[in-house]
Design a protein around this ligand. Structure first.
Ligand SMILES: [Zn+2]
Length: 496
């Protein structure tokens, strides 16, 4: 870009500004000031009718931007309600037990090169030949709504050829994660982003990768279940070659360090308290093998490199299409993961960030995170003490370990997290759009979304100055009263 004449760049910028202004004037001026987004999967439009869903989103949710789930093999953002969870008060009243996933748009193979898998094989079979983007985009646009395509890093293991893209674990076995440094995987994502950008008149693309590196996985530094410290990655030839090329540290030492860490995690989980304590012996491992931390940094550097490549590909085709990232909820729990989510650094490869701040399920999830770290790293603390330590360093004032699964987090958490992201983003162009929890499934005994809680969370994000919000995770799991509460909070805020 730097060798381009300044005049041309200025012209392109002003052309993009004119296009943006035209899009703004299409909708109600007041509601367009903030991005009021919602994540929706194809199944909702199929089940309920495109115009009917758009009516509900606009009228009840005050929504002006659709985040259309177009590429995923996961049920978190696509498909109907997760089987076993109560069905919401709209849509087909049955579970889609045959959910498959994939690409819900048309696949244009000419945009994919050297991808290891056939792009046609990723076409989602769930709704026949329906192209959900072609179906929804013109109808949303006619109402002045913006459309972002929403994709995530969740794959099936039965796609022909997928093994060529997969990570390799500590013992040389394939995992079901895809390697960030694998050229086939990178080429596929670049092709997918190019396909979406060239084939449709979209406003933007959001992609989400809910993953961390080997250190995070070995220690289970997240709200998922306790993972196997032997299944960490990635130790494939591409990662080894990149490590050697960069010359920052020694690949063999990385492996040795992770084998030591595996033994330590297994012993801790078996209740064998090290003589010098859990925390001290973990520090000892880190000092003997600084490669443990370096390999985690290597993972996140690779992810940010991929972010940059994807955004550059899109922006080189259509300079007005925005590209940004869903930032995993683990950003709210693990200080290790949060340390890698430096908004100022991310702003260099992002037009917007959907920073997840799911207040209701945060209670259950924080408690699970504490369960994980209280058996290893913080094994010398009680769970309540470990939680208090995290509240201090993450800057929260929430309830006790025994209470949070049943109460969730408060709107104050949303306000604090929004302010933190905005302060970090100051002086950059990046837009901060907090992800708001509406009916994200929790254990049957645990707290559930309510109209009051949803209203308070939306209000907290907007009053803290967020550039917008994204109602999450998918319309097909939301109850209408909660969606309506979000819409009311938006309208109250806009009225001032
Ligand atoms: Zn690899």
């Amino acid at each position: 870009m730097s060798d381009e004449p300044l005049t041309r760049r200025n012209f392109m910028k002003s052309a993009a500004a004119v296009a943006a202004a035209a899009r703004l004037s299409a909708g109600s001026a007041a509601e367009q000031k903030k991005t009021v987004g919602i994540q929706v999967g194809a199944v909702s439009f199929v089940d309920e009718g495109t115009e009917q869903v758009l009516d509900i989103l606009q009228q009840r949710g005050a929504v002006n931007t659709i985040f259309l789930a177009v590429f995923t093999y996961g049920r978190g953002i696509a498909g109907r309600q997760i089987p076993g969870q109560p069905l919401p008060d709209h849509g087909k009243q049955e579970y889609d037990l045959d959910f498959h996933g994939g690409n819900y748009a048309s696949v244009h193979p000419e945009f994919y090169r050297d991808t290891g898998i056939r792009p046609e094989d990723t076409r989602a079979p769930d709704h026949g030949q329906l192209d959900i983007v072609a179906e929804v985009l013109p109808k949303a646009r006619a109402r002045g709504m913006r459309v972002f395509l929403w994709a995530e890093d969740v794959w099936r293991t039965d796609i022909p050829g997928i093994e060529k893209l997969q990570e390799i674990d500590l013992y040389g076995r394939r995992t079901n994660r895809l390697c960030l440094n694998n050229p086939y995987h990178r080429n596929f994502l670049l092709g997918l982003f190019e396909d979406y950008t060239r084939s449709y008149d979209i406003d933007g693309i959001m992609w989400g990768s809910e993953r961390h590196g080997a250190l995070g996985n070995a220690l289970s530094l997240s709200h998922g279940g306790a993972g196997d410290p032997a299944r960490v990655g990635c130790f494939c030839a591409y990662c080894e070659a990149k490590c050697k090329r960069e010359g920052r540290f020694d690949f063999q030492r990385v492996k040795e360090g992770y084998l030591e860490l595996e033994r330590w995690v297994r012993a801790c989980r078996a209740g064998e308290r090290p003589v010098d304590g859990y925390y001290v012996t973990f520090l000892r491992l880190l000092m003997r093998y600084p490669e443990l931390l370096a390999w985690e940094q290597f993972f996140h550097d690779s992810l940010r490199e991929l972010y940059r490549l994807l955004r550059e590909r899109v922006r080189s085709i259509k300079s007005h299409v925005l590209v940004g990232w869903h930032i995993w909820h683990n950003n709210s729990f693990s200080p290790f993961y949060r340390a890698q989510q430096d908004v100022r650094q991310l702003s260099q490869c992002s037009d917007f960030l959907k920073v997840v701040m799911y207040h209701n399920c945060a209670g259950e999830r924080m408690a699970r995170y504490i369960d994980n770290v209280a058996t290893t790293l913080f094994g010398d603390l009680s769970k309540q003490h470990a939680l208090e330590f995290h509240y201090r360093i993450l800057n929260y004032a929430e309830r006790s370990y025994d209470e949070i699964p049943f109460t969730g987090f408060s709107a104050d958490y949303v306000a604090r997290e929004t302010r933190r992201a905005l302060e970090a983003a100051q002086g950059t162009q990046v837009q901060i759009w907090p992800g708001i929890d509406i009916d994200i499934p929790t254990d049957p005994k645990h707290s559930k979304s309510s109209p009051e809680g949803t209203r308070a969370a939306v209000r907290a994000a907007l009053q803290a100055g967020a550039h917008g919000i994204i109602l999450s995770r998918k319309y097909s799991e939301m109850r209408l009263a909660n969606l309506e509460a979000a819409g009311e909070a938006v309208r109250e805020f806009l009225k001032g």
